[in-house]
Design a protein. Structure first.
Length: 268
């Protein structure tokens, strides 16, 4: 009856209004934004999903926690274990009793069991469980960050490890062919061939490349570099900056904030 009511009404009202009506009629505590056509709702201590027609998915599971749908799958959890559910409500790998699962990214998801992290694919195949990594990240540009015994390095989707012997203290993700890495308190960059860039400059912080530029920080000041290593606007002594996005970056000096373009012009 309620579903038919909303099918009739959906052309006449917007989705946010529809969700608010659902909240009142069904008594939901929470209505979270849609992702991949599925919304998260809660009532009491339990969570489940609804689609854009108002159909409830996974309500009978009485989940204590749920994630958003990404690549057609969402994580759900109950009683200290987590697993996955698809948009039809089918559960995957509940019996494995993972302690935690992450969302899928390019067909792979990180999972944790007994303190160690590894990957699974959408067919449920487990990858590199025997390596006992302490941390694994998502794949970006074909590489993922992993950590073991206090040091970080990369792996590809074939499981090949990169630069483990360098003992980086921290690494970021690859963006535009470059990744930020840290060793002995110094931040610099590495490319996919393993070449290190600008290590001798001893930056305190480096950000990801975005639109051909990355921010760097040293001695409480921030500026930008490009992929040739040219430094931009270092003399302006910004206290904080952001990545460039759509040709604009946010900058701050003391309590003053504004936007600049890649030529350094102030944008109104």
């Amino acid at each position: 009856m309620i579903n038919n009511f909303f099918k009739t009404l959906k052309i006449k009202i917007g989705l946010p209004i529809k969700l608010n009506i659902l909240r009142k009629i069904r008594g939901y505590n929470i209505v979270a934004p849609f992702n991949e056509g599925m919304d998260r709702v809660a009532k009491g201590n339990y969570y489940w999903f609804i689609d854009k027609e108002g159909k409830e998915i996974g309500k009978e599971g009485k989940y204590n926690r749920i994630g958003i749908f990404i690549e057609g799958m969402a994580k759900v959890g109950k009683d200290n274990y987590q697993w996955f559910i698809d948009k039809k409500g089918k559960e995957y790998w509940k019996e494995r009793e993972y302690n935690s699962v992450n969302h899928f990214s390019k067909g792979m998801a990180a999972v944790i069991k007994d303190g160690y992290e590894f990957f699974i694919d959408k067919k449920g195949k487990e990858y590199w469980k025997e390596r006992k990594y302490n941390y694994i990240g998502v794949f970006r540009e074909g590489r993922a960050c992993v950590k073991k015994d206090g040091y970080s390095f990369f792996i590809d989707k074939e499981g090949k490890e990169y630069w483990k012997e360098r003992k980086y203290n921290h690494i970021g993700v690859f963006r535009e062919g470059m990744a930020a890495v840290m060793k002995d308190g110094i931040d610099f960059f590495v490319d996919k061939e393993g070449n290190e860039y600008w290590k001798e400059r001893k930056y305190n912080i480096v950000g990801d490349f975005s639109e051909g530029m990355a921010y760097v920080e040293k001695h409480c000041y921030a500026w930008f570099i490009d992929k040739d290593g040219t430094e931009h606007f270092k003399d302006r002594k910004y206290h904080e900056v952001s990545n460039f996005k759509f040709g604009k970056a946010w900058v701050r000096i003391n309590n003053y904030e504004w936007l600049i373009d890649k030529d350094g012009n102030e944008i109104e």
